[in-house]
Design a protein around this ligand. Structure first.
Ligand SMILES: Cc1cc2nc3c(=O)[nH]c(=O)nc-3n(C[C@H](O)[C@H](O)[C@H](O)COP(=O)(O)OP(=O)(O)OC[C@H]3O[C@@H](n4cnc5c(N)ncnc54)[C@H](O)[C@@H]3O)c2cc1C
Length: 381
């Protein structure tokens, strides 16, 4: 076993920590208060290579391994949790498109996505249910050299800033998960309308709903074989769940460090409040939990890099780590007293932002279902 990061990974991690601290953190709350999309930061992140980590070099990416992508997302989340949705989406789209899309789609969409000039969204969830992803109702019917798409997609991250979506639709409505296909759909295609949500957190990367009304998509935009999208997307989610865990840990870890500094300097009853075990022990406990969680996430990504199974490992990352991180941030808020409740500190915003990841990409219940299926066997659960 080797738990060490390479010299290159250490350099990447250190430079991203500086970027997060000096450039992202000072403006983290700005995007929350204004609800604006951080367009300039996006371009800068593109120039730094943060959107190309899982994209082959032929399309402008760096083709990094998953562990390096995990390190990058954790460090970036210390400054701004929400811009990490860009990294996450690009890892997802980068992997899925580079492995399964046609050459024209890859050449058209991957380089500008990597540069931070185009945003590609993931459009799977629908209003009647997201957990039961195979039950989607959006239809894609073949007409000559086009598919005609009709339906509604909901909860789409970055929708209002997006330029295209990876849209999942039924090409065989009688075949359940085996009747799902994926398409690269540019958002300026006639028949698409988009509507923003007003969310509790992550306000600058506005989610929303998309309606597709007789949207014509060329056959060349099919990603993977017809009716073959479901297993491919689920395999991609497996490793992005490790990234989500690290994204949440980055936000929780920096909050814990801020709390250590604050509590050492806060005097009550004539001494630093850290002299009370009621203050120091929760910090020690969250440090222990975050440390365990971090290694679980990196191990999951390492398994992916080795081509080894990591389905339930990824479900552990997604099912338990975001909730744990929200718990850590909430405890840190209490340890800051009333200051923790103000909007002068980033803690309350992190609490709201990180909470969204408990639900996104499969709730804790769905992750437990995945773990239980592996433990008991599918037929017993
Ligand atoms: C911040 C955020 C970002 C998101 N980004 C995207 C995105 O970019 N693209 C996209 O397509 N979607 C996105 N989503 C949607 C997300 O994937 C879904 O919300 C999620 O999968 C749950 O689906 P649902 O909301 O329809 O809840 P439902 O499926 O209706 O579930 C409701 C509740 O019932 C529980 N439940 C359902 N079935 C079971 C079961 N069998 N056993 C036990 N409990 C069960 C669930 O755990 C949940 O608590 C995002 C969501 C959030 C919050």
């Amino acid at each position: 076993m080797d738990f060490a990061f390479s010299e290159e990974q250490k350099i990447i991690g250190a430079s991203l920590r500086d970027f997060a601290t000096q450039e992202l953190l000072p403006r983290y709350s700005h995007w929350d208060r204004t609800g604006q999309f951080p367009a300039e930061i996006w371009k800068k992140m593109g120039a730094m290579g943060l959107f190309g980590m899982r994209v082959p070099t032929t399309y402008g990416g760096q083709d990094f391994d998953c562990v390096t992508a995990g390190l990058a997302i954790e460090e970036t989340a210390r400054g701004d949790f929400n811009v990490c949705y860009g990294i996450l989406n690009c890892c997802f789209a980068g992997d899925l498109l580079s492995k399964h899309a046609g050459e024209a789609v890859k050449a058209t969409w991957l380089p500008p996505m990597v540069a931070g000039e185009k945003v590609i969204c993931v459009c799977l969830t629908e209003p009647q249910g997201g957990s039961d992803a195979a039950s989607i109702r959006t239809r894609a019917e073949r007409q000559g050299d086009h598919y005609i798409l009709n339906g509604e997609k909901s909860a789409v991250t970055l929708l209002m800033a997006g330029h295209a979506g990876i849209v999942f639709a039924k090409t065989d409505p009688t075949a359940g998960a085996r009747g799902v296909s994926a398409f690269l759909v540019p958002f300026d295609t006639p028949g698409i309308t988009r509507h923003p949500y007003s969310d509790m957190g992550s306000k600058g990367i506005v989610r929303g709903s998309m309606f597709l009304n007789d949207v014509r998509v060329p056959v060349a935009n099919l990603i993977g074989p017809e009716n073959g999208a479901f297993s491919r997307v689920m395999q991609t989610f497996e490793y992005t769940r490790g990234l989500i865990g690290l994204m949440c840990i980055g936000a929780a870890q920096v909050t814990l460090e801020e709390t250590i500094t604050y509590t050492k300097n806060r005097i009550a009853f004539g001494q630093p409040i850290t002299k009370n075990q009621g203050v120091s022990f929760p910090v020690a406990e969250w440090h222990a939990r975050l440390t365990m969680a971090r290694w679980q996430c990196f191990r999951t990504l390492w398994l992916r890099d080795q081509g080894l199974p990591h389905n339930s490992e990824a479900a552990i990352c997604k099912g338990f780590v975001p909730e744990m991180c929200v718990g850590a941030i909430q405890e840190c808020m209490v340890l800051h007293g009333h200051y923790g409740w103000t909007q002068d500190l980033p803690i309350e915003q992190r609490l709201r932002d990180v909470a969204g990841q408990i639900i996104a990409d499969g709730t804790p219940q769905i992750q437990k279902l995945i773990i239980a299926r592996e433990l008991f066997g599918r037929e017993f659960v």
